[in-house]
Design a protein around this ligand. Structure first.
Ligand SMILES: Cc1cc2nc3c(=O)[nH]c(=O)nc-3n(C[C@H](O)[C@H](O)[C@H](O)COP(=O)(O)OP(=O)(O)OC[C@H]3O[C@@H](n4cnc5c(N)ncnc54)[C@H](O)[C@@H]3O)c2cc1C
Length: 408
């Protein structure tokens, strides 16, 4: 029997992890990566603002899966075999040390994605993996236990096992479909929200560590998230918004990115506690103007903006504020309504929700239940995580499991 031939289409995070795991298995198969671009690992290079947020310091599979709006059930078993701790160990064994930031995100200690790309390329070279760049694949057919791969150049290659790791590329979806798979329609995830309000947009740069936001669209119960929040020149960003964009990716797409937000700027206080703080301020500093003297702990310019939303004029002194105005101010502080008018760009991370239907995949091996010898890993699957290193983690996990299984 000749050497087992394995082809990996796509030289990204998932493709490399799959190829390396396969090439290291016994007996050693011949592994080839076919990559369309001139350079491999393009997204790893630009990821995390050039620092590569490799994974997240969440080492309990049951908790880890909670960060995946799509794929959480299927990933539970996969993470019990290869999870974030295994990623840390894998990179450590290959000479890369990761550090954890205060919010749990893990980066190489060098703070450059170059450390990760060179580690993966070195590991692939050491495992004698053949890497062919500028080699876009156009078509794949299955015939009598072999996969025939047709390149854009017209050249053909053949293999016994095939790993599809083409990310969110439409040709990858087409190939998967041609081999009998269902594609859940792809839509963007991880984006910022546009909110048209010139006065608000002037507050760009203001951030709050903990804000609770409810997002609603017609005929949907609504989504709620809590976390750090940032006002930008065009609307809202920050982890709480990115989480809403991920969990709401599909409904927001269906509603053309038009939605309502209800914001609680002080989720740690009840409306009654806020009222008491405001009344206390009124008693303590009756002669001061409300614009210049805040009644609660929020950034000053945001306080002034919320006063104007509550129809409290600049010259109003604390002694003059009416009960009705206090009520209106509490509403603005705890349940102010904002309209999302579109989606913006989050430049540090971006993923596609949708892809190969997970029901058609065996998550122990990442093998197709439809076409034997065909495997899937990474973003081509209908899996995506919130921002924070979770997207690479699912690429490492599915790539590793596929690589180990396909070499046997
Ligand atoms: C700007 C940006 C920053 C990000 N930062 C982070 C981060 O810090 N942390 C995190 O967890 N996630 C991050 N992500 C998400 C992460 O990059 C993806 O989840 C991850 O790259 C998916 O890996 P993959 O291998 O499945 O796909 P990809 O990385 O997209 O790799 C697929 C590869 O297949 C190749 N290919 C496609 N079609 C073909 C074809 N027909 N023939 C041959 N080759 C083909 C492509 O050229 C590509 O190289 C970021 C994404 C972006 C866009």
């Amino acid at each position: 029997m000749g050497t087992l031939q394995i082809i990996v289409i796509g030289g990204g995070a998932a493709g490399f992890f799959g190829a390396i795991a396969a090439a290291k298995s016994h007996p050693h198969p011949q592994v080839t990566i076919l990559e369309a671009s001139p350079q491999v690992l393009g997204k790893v290079r630009i990821s995390g603002g050039g620092r590569c947020n490799v994974t997240h310091a969440c080492f309990e599979p049951k908790l880890l899966v909670q960060n995946y709006p799509r794929g959480n059930k299927a990933l539970l078993g996969a993470f019990s075999r290869f999870q974030a701790q295994d990623t840390v160990t894998w990179f450590q064994k290959h000479g890369v040390h990761l550090k954890t930031e205060a919010d749990g995100r893990m980066f190489p200690i060098t703070d450059t994605s170059e450390t990760i790309t060179s580690c993966l390329v070195n590991a692939a070279n050491a495992a004698k993996i053949k890497i062919q760049t500028r080699t876009p694949v156009n078509r794949v057919t299955y015939h009598r236990g072999k996969y025939e791969i047709t390149l854009k150049s017209g050249e053909k290659q053949e293999c016994d096992r095939l790993l599809m790791a083409t990310g969110s590329n439409p040709i990858g979806y087409q190939i998967a479909q041609s081999l009998g798979h269902t594609i859940i329609s792809p839509v963007p995830s991880l984006f910022t929200f546009n909110v048209r309000d010139t006065q608000l947009n002037q507050l760009a740069g203001i951030s709050l560590p903990n804000v609770k936001i409810k997002l609603s669209v017609p005929d949907h119960p609504g989504l709620e998230q809590t976390g750090a929040f940032l006002i930008t020149h065009w609307g809202f960003s920050g982890p709480v918004i990115l989480k809403l964009s991920a969990w709401g990716a599909r409904i927001l797409h269906q509603h053309r990115y038009q939605a309502k937000l209800q914001i609680n700027f002080l989720p740690h206080l009840s409306p009654e506690e806020i009222r008491q703080q405001l009344i206390q301020t009124k008693e303590e500093v009756p002669r001061k103007t409300m614009f210049l003297y805040r009644g609660v702990e929020i950034p000053h310019r945001l306080w002034q903006y919320l006063l104007s939303r509550a129809n409290i004029q600049e010259q109003v002194r604390w002694a003059e504020v009416s009960k009705r105005q206090i009520n209106q101010l509490i509403t603005e502080l705890t349940q102010g309504q904002y309209l999302v008018s579109g989606k913006g760009v989050f430049k540090d991370e971006f993923v596609t929700c949708g892809g190969v239907d997970l029901k058609e995949i065996n998550f122990k091996t990442m093998e197709s239940k439809i076409s034997p010898g065909l495997y899937f890993a990474g973003e081509i699957l209908d899996i995506d995580g919130i921002t924070g290193g979770f997207n690479f983690q699912s690429a490492w996990t599915t790539g590793y499991l596929a690589g180990c299984a396909m070499a046997i």
